[in-house]
Design a protein around this ligand. Structure first.
Ligand code: ADP
Ligand code: ZN
Ligand code: ZN
Length: 816
């Protein structure tokens, strides 16, 4: 297939592709899915070919593709189909959809190899007598013989040295005697420094060692030689100390090769492989039965926290691989890719040529490398966050979405897709299974499971007869009246943490905001410090000594006086995670404390170090934002404290109750997962709220019934579909004019099977310098919404309202 033109999706916010000519020299290479460099306006841009065509639009000057970036097309035909679906369903600019699906643009060093096929091997054997058959030349026969003798693939470039030109190679390929494969060049071997204790005979008189050196010694005695960074973390000592001990001859060190396929995080790890209990067995049986059918289907694994869902996932992936297919496991947080990735590597790494992990805390190079490993078929299991749903696997058999209710699966920038929903659509397109798992399914998903659209599998109890954690409410009003303390840590929580320290168990403390304090107020005039670009108050970060906007990233100096009235009484208010950490250090001076939030964990290594240290027992208290709330399986955590259950309850959002219930239930699930029983303390000013009450009882079905009643009355999802439309511009006037125009288009549609509310000022009235107005569309028929909205896009084009000024959020999770 070599057609003269192609349509290219470019990363520009326009709902169209662009036609380019394919120069003769690139016709063999450029295919649907190939990334190309093309001239666009005055720039060169990287885009992806979505189709080849023999026609170009008339009347425009067609320019040529400059270069092809891939020899194997980056995207498979199925992924191109999926991209089109996303662009249509979410009304998203097609180029931005494909940009989200592609790997970072990094030149990968690849190598083309010539591989002898089965048929080629036979031919080489039968031709060895020297007679010329098959219409092959002597040269070609000799080449096949050499290839057969060599026993390993030959680099593409060496063919010429063996006297074979490109034409001859192509002939052999077409005859099916050889294959040309592409692999990535081997990575350079990495090494790491490993530290060990000198044998005890050489060290006497350790009596005069200080406490820290003793910790290092006993850590090494206990765990054997350790890589330097891990040792520093586990013993919580400085590098300087270890260097000193090395110089003093107490320790020794050497460089050790790190097996590129082996993550240092995996060293010494063995995946649990439990015999499934009866509930797990029956859930897995149903999944297997689905495989027997060999067709698309969605299953919901509803299992309470600690019921062993992961074990069921692992068996399902194993079953998928055994059938020669591939699998994706989506998790809601980067932190969780560590555990699940490690578990998958332990289960499948060796036997099935690999597991790839994809998430946004990888460097571009790492991400591109993992991505291409998948594309070249070198990894058959992919673990990752949201965008891993686009992993370029062939022959997909299963997509697992763990904690399917999590809002992190929804991308809150263009293209605004929902990873879980895209997973289901992709599974359908590829005739694969979709397995959704959760202790607290979203209302939508559970609704589908109850009305039979999804198959419902239930794990009603924790493994090994462990009991659920006991959940207690701390009424903050009462606590304050009694103690008159203003600490964010109530006396009950303080006592609970103290008990953990005394018993040598661990505590998790959760707070939902990062930073030191999330509001800066003037006591004198009441003004609060707002972001210059957004209608949002600035967050104070003490360590960095500045104010930050968590929406647009803008920075301000910490004010010494009120910017409005110049009073000196600037007041920081509303505790964030940084504040809480400081507080805990003050209240528990001897404890080993760490914090995990987006400020302390930006890279994969930072996640690994903190979580690894906590899991290994090198920390007593871990403070964090909700990234700690779900999924983690820490065996020695006996106490979980929630600083404020209310903060998520008061958002102007119909899902506020659902979110609060889910978060608290998940949090409660982190305690008492091992042999030791768990206890959860939830601090609140609003203990009567049903979301909190049902979470205390960990009663999903009570919450579900109550919330469904409310949703039905209010005509909210799952009883209706929603779309949120934002009209935005830096000029207030333009934003108003365009909103008015759009409302003229919407008016005749209102009341005819759809309700259209607005325009109103958006709850976030200003964001990143833009003024925002909002329409809310509701209809029991989603297809009607899509029709109205595509009409709206055409209307905007006709009125010259820029496509970038109108944001469509289909199935919005948040109405801000
Ligand atoms: P969930 O994801 O449902 O909260 P996990 O899958 O993390 O729960 O499992 C909780 C713990 O139970 C893990 O430590 C796991 O190794 C263990 N586990 C899983 N299945 C079994 C089983 N059949 N018997 C004993 N322990 C199990
Ligand atoms: Zn003031
Ligand atoms: Zn801002």
């Amino acid at each position: 297939m070599s057609l003269p033109f192609c349509n290219v999706a470019l990363p520009v916010p326009l709902r169209t592709t662009f036609t380019y000519a394919v120069p003769e020299s690139l016709r063999e290479i450029v295919q649907p899915g190939t990334r190309v460099i093309v001239p666009f306006r005055k720039k060169a841009m990287v885009g992806v070919v979505v189709e080849l065509t023999d026609r170009a639009p008339e009347g425009t000057k067609i320019r040529e593709i400059t270069k092809a970036l891939d020899r194997v097309p980056a995207l498979t035909p199925k992924l191109i189909e999926l991209g089109h679906w996303i662009a249509n369903y979410y009304l998203a600019p097609i180029g931005e959809v494909f940009r989200a699906m592609l790997p970072p643009v990094i030149e990968m060093r690849t190598q083309r190899l010539i591989v002898l096929t089965e048929a080629g091997r036979d031919a080489a054997a039968s031709l060895s007598g020297g007679e010329l058959t098959h219409g092959l030349s002597r040269n070609e026969v000799e080449f096949l013989a050499k290839l057969a003798a060599k026993k390993e693939p030959l680099p593409f470039g060496s063919a010429a040295k063996l006297g074979l030109d490109a034409n001859a190679l192509d002939r052999l390929r077409r005859l099916g005697l050889i294959e040309i494969r592409e692999t990535m060049l081997g990575r350079k071997a990495k090494t790491q420094r490993v530290i060990a204790a000198k044998s005890s005979a050489q060290i006497s008189g350790s009596g005069d060692l200080d406490e820290k050196s003793l910790r290092v010694r006993s850590m090494l005695a206990e765990r054997g030689p350790l890589p330097m960074p891990l040792l520093l973390k586990l013993a919580s000592v400085s590098r300087a100390l270890v260097e000193r001990m090395l110089r003093d001859g107490m320790l020794e060190s050497w460089e050790e090769r790190v097996d590129p396929a082996e993550d240092p995080f995996d060293v010494g790890y063995e995946a649990p492989a439990h015999e499934l209990n009866a509930e797990q067995e029956s859930a897995f049986g149903a999944i297997r039965a689905r495989f027997e059918l060999g067709e698309f289907g969605v299953l919901l694994l509803h299992g309470v926290t600690g019921s062993g869902k992961t074990e069921v996932y692992m068996r399902s992936v194993q079953e998928t691989l055994a059938r020669g297919k591939t699998a994706i496991v989506l998790v809601p947080e980067i932190a969780l890719t560590l555990w699940v990735g490690r578990q998958c590597r332990a289960w499948f790494g060796a036997r099935f040529e690999g597991v790839a992990v994809l998430h946004s805390a990888l460097s571009d190079i790492e991400r591109a490398r993992e991505w291409w490993r998948v594309r070249h078929g070198e990894a058959r299991v992919v673990v990752g966050t949201r965008s891993a749903v686009f992993a370029p696997l062939d022959n997909l058999g299963l997509i697992i979405v763990d904690e399917e209710q999590e809002s992190s699966f929804k991308q809150e920038e263009t293209p605004r897709y929902h990873g879980r929903d895209v997973a289901i659509v992709r599974a359908k397109m590829e005739n694969a299974g979709a397995l959704l798992g959760s202790a607290t399914p979203s209302l939508e998903t559970y609704h589908h499971a109850r009305n039979g659209k999804y198959e419902l599998l239930t794990l009603a109890s924790r493994v090994a007869n462990r009991s659920m954690a006991s959940v207690e409410i701390v009424d903050l009003r009462e606590d304050f009246q009694r103690t008159h303390q203003t600490s964010p840590i109530s006396s009950a929580l303080h006592a609970g943490i103290q008990a953990c320290l005394t018993n040598g168990t661990q505590a998790l403390v959760l707070i939902n905001r990062r930073g030191y304090s999330w509001s800066v107020l003037c006591r004198s005039c009441g003004a609060s410090v707002q972001c210059v670009n957004c209608s949002i108050s600035m967050t104070y970060h003490k360590h960095r000594n500045r104010l930050e906007c968590h929406y647009c990233g803008s920075l301000q100096a910490v004010p010494k006086e009120c910017p409005k009235c110049q009073s000196k009484y600037v007041y920081f208010f509303g505790e964030g995670s940084e504040h809480l950490e400081e507080r805990l250090r003050k209240e528990f001076p001897g404890a080993r404390i760490a914090r995990l939030d987006r400020d302390t964990a930006r890279t994969k290594q930072q996640y690994q170090e903190t979580l690894g240290a906590f899991a290994a027992g090198a920390l007593d208290i871990l403070v964090g934002t909700q990234m700690l709330a779900k999924g983690h399986d820490f065996q020695r955590v006996t106490l979980v404290g929630v600083i404020s259950a209310d903060s998520s309850l008061h958002l102007p959002d119909f899902r506020a109750a659902e979110r609060t219930f889910q978060l608290l239930t998940q949090v409660a699930g982190r305690a008492g997962r091992g042999e030791l029983p768990g206890r959860v303390l939830i601090q609140t000013y609003y203990p009567e709220h049903y979301a909190i009450q049902d979470a205390v009882r960990q009663d999903y079905s009570a919450f579900f019934e109550r919330e469904m009643h409310f949703r039905r009355m209010m005509q909210y999802p799952p009883f209706t579909s929603l779309a949120n439309v934002i009209v935005r511009d830096t000029s207030l006037e333009k934003a108003i004019v365009w909103s008015r125009q759009l409302s003229e288009y919407f008016a005749p549609h209102d009341g005819k099977g759809a309700r259209i509310l607005g325009p109103a000022t958006a709850p976030l009235a200003r964001l990143k310098k833009e003024h925002r107005f909002q329409f809310l569309l509701k209809s029991p028929r989603r297809s009607l919404l899509t029709r109205i909205l595509s009409g709206a896009m055409a209307y905007c084009d006709a009125r010259s309202i820029p496509q970038t000024a109108v944001l469509v959020d289909m199935d919005p999770l948040s109405l801000l």
